[in-house]
Write a protein that binds this ligand. Structure first.
Ligand SMILES: Cc1ncc(C[n+]2csc(CCOP(=O)(O)OP(=O)(O)O)c2C)c(N)n1
Ligand SMILES: [Mg+2]
Length: 811
């Protein structure tokens, strides 16, 4: 009797191999057709994963539920292999379909091949991440996926070792999940790659980093990118040995199916079981169609290279391997196929499948747009009949009917043009037209604009204020202890919270706001990090995406610039670019303003404010307010930046008795001093100077209303500032940012959004720092920033202009 067990297992193996072959074919066919679609004008831009198919099959085999991918635009084969992408979805994405059912990764917001799975339900609540294979939402910036990858991997370490997280079973099974990174060879030249690799080696987290090496980054060859033209060669110093922890580094050819599978199995075991990071350098990959639809690689690759790529195409190599494979079982020879026609049948099937997928995706993308076109054409024709400008309107209708543009845009372009011809007329079809324009504008603005911030019940504006309460004999204490005692409460009550940064752990931060916390809560929850701001933020993003509540500390506000790219490109866009299906409710803690020196007194708020749309920007004036912001943000699922005042830690504040509970409301201003002559608006530590100036002005019979913004983003949602201006009719914004910076934003909010311009009797003033960065020392501050004297004189000048008899000229 033949060994049926061996035969059966051979059969299983054969089916798996042929299924893999089908997957690489589906992927390749999608790339080939995808490029043609773009060249035919059906997509704005196309970038595909051809030439990188085979290693992604191997990676998918060891990728388990609960795992996370953080990768880039070449990974379509992987996404197909884990069941998270169909060719139809790939085409829907390419066309820019805004229906999230058709294009689940971003509902038309991202360029094609930027992948994502859904971590959240439609209402913003978490899904069970352990019942699915997860892909964090891609970004276009080369190596931008790296910092987040570190955090995704670190979450497993936290779940494995921190007590109290046993119930977080929707996110982890004892930290057994691996974070899988992918990157192109050329992108390893970026600093973010090196910073992440070093940090992962230090932290020893379960990360498997694959480098897809095709020797090029667009047109630029490896000799311009990488020392020794080999990333595994130059990373050798990171390799672990018997004495020291480090990386496992593996090298494998990208067209060798069986070696790829062995390599990925090995990597998985090391990372999953031992939490040792692994780098897999996948060499000898190709780009059959060149980099993207923007150009052809014949321009920069030699004939020899192009021929070499043809000979080493991983799909063709795989085909050869299948054809030649033979194994002997009990004297019998077993092959995957008996005749080449079997492979050709699979190939034809794949071609047909992709063709029909493409057709369906195109039809489904077009249908709602064409339906709308029919609807609006009919309305416009009726309008033409009823209008005295029939001739002009009919001409537009004819142009519109003939217009072949397949986008939604022409529907509104023609509708809005027609409206201009009937301003003097009134008839029923006009109302229909106006309603149609309004309805569809709203629908599409929402399709492209929703979910910049959370829309769930945990959105920050839904979190109610809780005021700090005080014992009757409450003492005044060093303000830093208010933060510390509040953190103590947070860490005690929320096992999912953790904080990390430079000097954050052992000494309890440079200003002692975390004094004693590491001793009490352990080195994993109150942790020191290397000096590497971008990956500190990446740790926070990745861990927040896996259900933890990290607080990432950036030692000084000025050094946020090192992390600005990661915060701006990744954190701030995450919820938006995934159309509300991924979130990272990270809290970034930092301190800034007025310490006297170019890099320690800076207040680069305008850059921060512009780059961080999608993140709440909070500027508490004291530590009680700051502590309250931490408590608020922990209730919310919006990400935030909380900027403490560097010079406020040793000032005295009254000690509250409800630590961990009081919550500072976000988006709400506070009036500190009531007044009638002018409204002074400021924030953070500058307020102390403004209040001082206001008191001095009072002595000269000028009554100032002082308002603390508290929250730059969102800004004064109740429009309280305009109410003040309505009363005082004068406005000054005092800011330590440069001219045209945050103050320009604040003025815009007050004057145009809140319409305060109509109540002004004097020119609105923005009193800012000088244009250069503030110089060192007390005098540097005095001459670069605004002093109480500057504010006094600027306010006095306004009142002098209004009433020169009462307020005689100072100079
Ligand atoms: C920060 C940044 N710089 C430049 C680009 C433009 N760009 C897109 S892909 C690419 C080349 C990437 O090459 P590689 O990492 O080898 O990946 P491959 O496309 O070859 O797979 C460049 C320069 C970008 N997207 N982001
Ligand atoms: Mg490359």
């Amino acid at each position: 009797m033949p060994n049926t067990k061996a035969k059966l297992s051979f059969n299983d193996f054969k089916n798996e191999v042929l299924q893999d072959y089908k997957t690489v074919l589906l992927s390749r066919e999608s790339s080939l057709l995808g490029r043609r679609e773009v060249l035919m004008g059906r997509g704005g831009f196309g970038i595909f994963g051809d030439g990188k198919e085979l290693p992604q099959i191997a990676m998918a085999k060891v990728f388990r539920n609960g795992d996370f991918r953080s990768g880039y635009y070449r990974d379509q084969t992987f996404m197909m292999a884990i069941g998270a992408l169909t060719p139809k979805q790939l085409f829907a994405h390419l066309y820019g379909d805004t229906n999230i059912e058709n294009a689940p990764e971003s509902a038309g917001r991202q360029m094609n091949n930027h992948f994502a799975t859904h971590s959240l339900n439609e209402d913003g609540s978490w899904r069970n991440l352990m019942e699915q294979k997860n892909s964090s939402a891609d970004i276009s910036c080369t190596a931008g996926q790296m910092p987040r990858l570190l955090g995704l991997a670190q979450a497993s370490k936290i779940y494995r070792h921190v007590d109290g997280l046993e119930n977080f079973t929707n996110f982890s099974n004892k930290g057994n999940e691996v974070a899988w990174g992918t990157i192109g060879n050329a992108s390893t030249s970026e600093g973010l790659f090196w910073e992440t690799i070093n940090a992962a080696g230090v932290l020893q987290v379960p990360m498997v980093m694959s480098v897809w090496d095709d020797e090029y980054g667009i047109s630029v060859h490896a000799r311009h990118q990488t020392t020794k033209e080999s990333i595994s060669e130059v990373l050798k110093g990171f390799k672990r040995d018997k004495k020291k922890a480090g990386f496992e580094i593996l090298v494998v050819k990208g067209w060798d199916y069986s070696e790829l599978i062995k390599t990925y199995q090995k990597a998985e075991k090391i990372a999953r079981e031992k939490h040792i990071p692994v780098l897999i350098h996948v060499t000898e990959l190709t780009q059959p169609q060149g980099h993207s639809t923007s150009g052809s690689h014949e321009r920069y690759k030699s004939k020899e290279r192009l021929q070499w790529e043809k000979d080493h195409d991983c799909n063709l190599k795989f085909r050869d391997w299948i054809l030649n494979y033979a194994v002997e079982i009990e004297g019998e020879i077993f092959k995957f196929i008996s005749d080449i026609s079997e492979l050709e049948a699979i190939e034809n099937e794949a071609k047909k499948e992709v063709q029909s997928n493409k057709r369906e995706a195109w039809n489904e993308f077009k249908k709602p747009i064409q339906d709308a076109k029919k609807e609006i054409l009919a309305i416009l024709k009726t309008v033409a009949e009823q209008s005295s400008n029939k001739v002009f309107i009919n001409k537009l209708v004819a142009d519109f009917s003939a217009d072949q543009d397949h986008h939604f845009k022409p529907n509104l372009v023609y509708a809005r043009k027609v409206l201009r011809y009937i301003t003097n007329e009134q008839f029923p079809a006009k109302t229909t037209l106006v309603n149609w324009i309004n309805t569809y504008t709203k629908i599409y603005k929402d399709k492209y604009g929703s979910h910049l911030y959370s829309q769930s019940k945990k959105a920050v504006l839904n979190i109610d204020e809780v005021v700090p309460t005080y014992n009757t004999d409450a003492k005044k204490v060093d303000a830093r202890t208010i933060l510390r005692d509040n953190f103590n409460e947070i860490f005690t009550n929320h096992p999912e919270t953790l904080i990390f940064g430079e000097d954050t752990g052992y000494i309890g931060d440079v200003n002692q706001g975390l004094e004693g916390m590491q001793e009490k809560f352990g080195e994993l929850r109150v942790a020191d990090t290397g000096i590497r701001e971008a990956t500190i933020i990446g740790q926070g993003i990745g861990m927040a995406m896996r259900g933890l509540r990290p607080i990432a500390e950036i030692q000084y506000l000025d050094y946020l610039l090192y992390a600005l790219q990661t915060i701006s490109d990744d954190l701030a866009t995450l919820h938006y670019r995934s159309a509300g299906r991924q979130k990272a409710p990270l809290i970034i803690r930092t301190r800034g303003h007025r310490l006297e020196g170019i890099w320690h007194s800076g207040s680069p708020m305008s850059g921060i404010n512009s780059f961080l749309k999608g993140v709440c920007i909070l500027v508490p004036r004291n530590m009680t307010k700051a502590a309250g912001f931490f408590n608020t943000m922990l209730e919310s699922d919006d990400p935030s930046l909380i900027i403490e005042n560097l010079n406020g830690y040793r000032l005295k504040e009254k000690q509250p008795n409800n630590f961990g509970k009081f919550r500072t409301p976000v988006g709400v201003v506070e009036t500190l001093t009531k007044g009638t002559d002018i409204t002074l608006v400021s924030y953070g530590s500058t307020l102390k100077i403004v209040e001082d100036a206001a008191q001095q002005l009072q002595q000269f019979d000028i009554s100032c209303e002082v308002i603390d913004i508290q929250s730059i983003m969102p800004f004064d949602v109740k429009h309280d500032i305009v109410k003040s201006v309505q009363k005082t009719n004068r406005l000054m914004v005092i800011d330590e940012d440069v001219p045209g910076g945050a103050s320009a934003y604040i003025l815009n909010e007050i004057l145009t959004t809140q319409n305060a311009y109509q109540y002004l009797d004097s020119k609105p003033i923005a009193l800012c720092s000088e244009e250069q960065r503030p110089a060192y020392g007390t005098d540097g501050d005095y001459f670069c920033n605004r002093s109480a004297e500057d504010i006094f004189e600027a306010v006095y000048q306004i009142l002098h202009e209004a009433n020169p008899n009462k307020y005689k000229a100072l100079y």
